[in-house]
Design a protein around this ligand. Structure first.
Ligand SMILES: Cc1cc2nc3c(=O)[nH]c(=O)nc-3n(C[C@H](O)[C@H](O)[C@H](O)COP(=O)(O)OP(=O)(O)OC[C@H]3O[C@@H](n4cnc5c(N)ncnc54)[C@H](O)[C@@H]3O)c2cc1C
Length: 443
């Protein structure tokens, strides 16, 4: 038996099913997919992160007596060449997004593909309601999985020692040969995934208390590891459960939001490009408003700080994502798809299902989304979660010496800051009217 081990979003050796299922002669590979890379910016931070993670994976595989052969091509071309070498099958982890599903179908016609659940805790095909229909609301979905969420440990994949490397000659492309420049990553991403997980072990007790306070480093920062599989969801689950801290359940629940959005996108693939709910909203086409939101020049300090920080680092705290998405879809009445695409281009932990699900949540168009009349007031949000304006001042130097109280009051900054592009009351009423109309005129 000759197998190709195709690493994709499972860039690790611990708890990796393809290393468990592999036997006899194996050829581990990673493909920098031209179809994906060609669309990205030359300084895309994610490519730097993946590039380093792939080299680290190669080192780990070498320590097992294996190796990693790295290609830069479209996957189809790679497998057409490898098929000539007499491989029997390709082992890889399941990937549920629409591009991956199409790609895998194509590869399966060249060499049979075996996929294993490795990037998520549950297979979205399973876990339907009793009537055979998928869940559409998070709480019952989560409750139906209590057998899993309440367990102490989920079995992890073990490495099969009975593997022999298939030797192959190929040159590893440099980052520059892939067409990219090395980008500056946030400090926490310069650590190893295991160190990030260790850091979070220290914080988990306070997670429930701190997770919304965006000037504190209160969350796990494991989104990027989950996205690219430098840590598996099972091992994160196990490590946190093992601590046996009473507050760890709050964190475990969040991991299931990730499962929920993957499940929703799998069962409702049209929601990638359409409102999940059957409504049509008269979105504003104001391009200038959208540009100001993108650049962090709306005149609303918390929005501007969040967006400027995001543009620089590729990261945004969950609470800030909720505030800026609500502002875009409700106060500016701009289509969630524009915000979703803007995030998709830059977000280090970008994941189609979580991003689409969360944007539709914010726009009140999605499964189990926020009611349309619940509109965040960004000033009240910053007063509540950044009272001393620590985060805002750290990003917007022109507000450094301004009294924090003024920052949280609409119109109070006068000539100390650019004026707001939108009035809160007017824009709130406009959004409620637009959503009411859309609801009454369901398409
Ligand atoms: C508009 C918007 C867009 C978003 N886009 C993405 C995205 O592209 N990719 C992404 O992984 N998350 C996305 N999220 C969810 C959430 O903001 C991030 O998962 C979280 O900020 C990552 O930081 P963390 O790892 O420190 O989170 P923690 O609070 O430590 O959570 C741990 C893990 O649980 C999962 N998780 C937590 N909250 C959510 C949530 N609300 N929805 C889904 N999964 C969650 C993530 O995998 C996260 O890494 C989005 C949220 C909003 C409001």
């Amino acid at each position: 038996m000759k197998q190709i081990l195709w690493f994709r979003r499972d860039l690790r050796i611990r708890d990796n099913k393809i290393l468990e299922k592999a036997s006899n002669e194996v050829m581990p590979i990673f493909i920098f997919d031209k179809n994906i890379l060609e669309k990205l910016d030359i300084e895309d931070k994610r490519v730097t992160f993946i590039y380093d993670a792939v080299l680290a994976l190669r080192k780990s595989l070498q320590s097992l007596g294996l190796d990693l052969y790295i290609f830069y091509d479209i996957p189809k071309n790679v497998f057409i060449e490898l098929e000539k070498l007499g491989f029997d099958e390709v082992l890889c982890s399941s990937d549920f997004d629409s591009y991956a599903i199409k790609r895998d179908k194509q590869i399966n016609e060249i060499i049979p593909l075996k996929r294993y659940l490795d990037s998520f805790l549950i297979n979205p095909r399973k876990n339907l309601k009793k009537d055979g229909i998928p869940y559409k609301v998070f709480t019952p979905f989560y409750k139906s999985l209590s057998w899993l969420s309440s367990s102490d440990k989920i079995g992890e994949a073990q490495i099969n020692q009975n593997q022999k490397l298939y030797k192959y000659e190929n040159k590893t492309p440099s980052l520059e040969e892939l067409g990219f420049k090395r980008a500056d990553l946030p400090e926490f991403l310069k650590k190893t995934p295991e160190d990030r997980l260790n850091d979070f072990r220290e914080k988990v007790e306070e997670y429930g208390k701190n997770r919304d306070i965006f000037y504190k480093d209160g969350t796990s920062n494991l989104g990027v590891d989950l996205r690219f599989g430098t840590l598996s969801p099972r091992m994160i689950f196990n490590e946190i459960k093992e601590l046996n801290k009473k507050n760890s359940e709050i964190f475990i629940r969040q991991l299931f939001w990730r499962e929920f959005y993957n499940y929703i996108l799998f069962h409702f693939p049209k929601s990638e490009n359409e409102n999940w709910k059957n409504i049509e909203i008269s979105w504003s086409e104001d391009e200038e408003d959208f540009q100001k939101w993108c650049e962090g020049k709306t005149g609303v300090p918390i929005i501007d700080a969040a967006m400027r920080h995001f543009n620089k680092t590729g990261m945004m705290h969950n609470r800030l994502r909720m505030i800026v998405s609500s502002f875009l879809c409700k106060n500016l009445l701009i289509d969630w798809k524009k915000g979703e695409q803007y995030f998709a281009k830059r977000l280090l932990d970008y994941d189609a299902s979580s991003n689409i699900g969360s944007w539709q949540w914010a726009a009140s168009t999605g499964a189990d989304s926020v009611p349309y009349f619940r509109i965040f007031n960004p000033y009240l949000q910053s007063a509540k979660f950044d009272k001393e304006a620590i985060f805002i001042k750290s990003v917007i130097p022109e507000l450094k010496d301004v009294d924090a109280k003024l920052i949280h009051v609409e119109g109070a900054l006068k000539d100390k800051y650019i004026s707001s592009i939108v009035n809160m009351k007017y824009s709130r009423d406009r959004a409620i009217r637009a959503f009411k109309e859309a609801k009454n005129a369901k398409v």
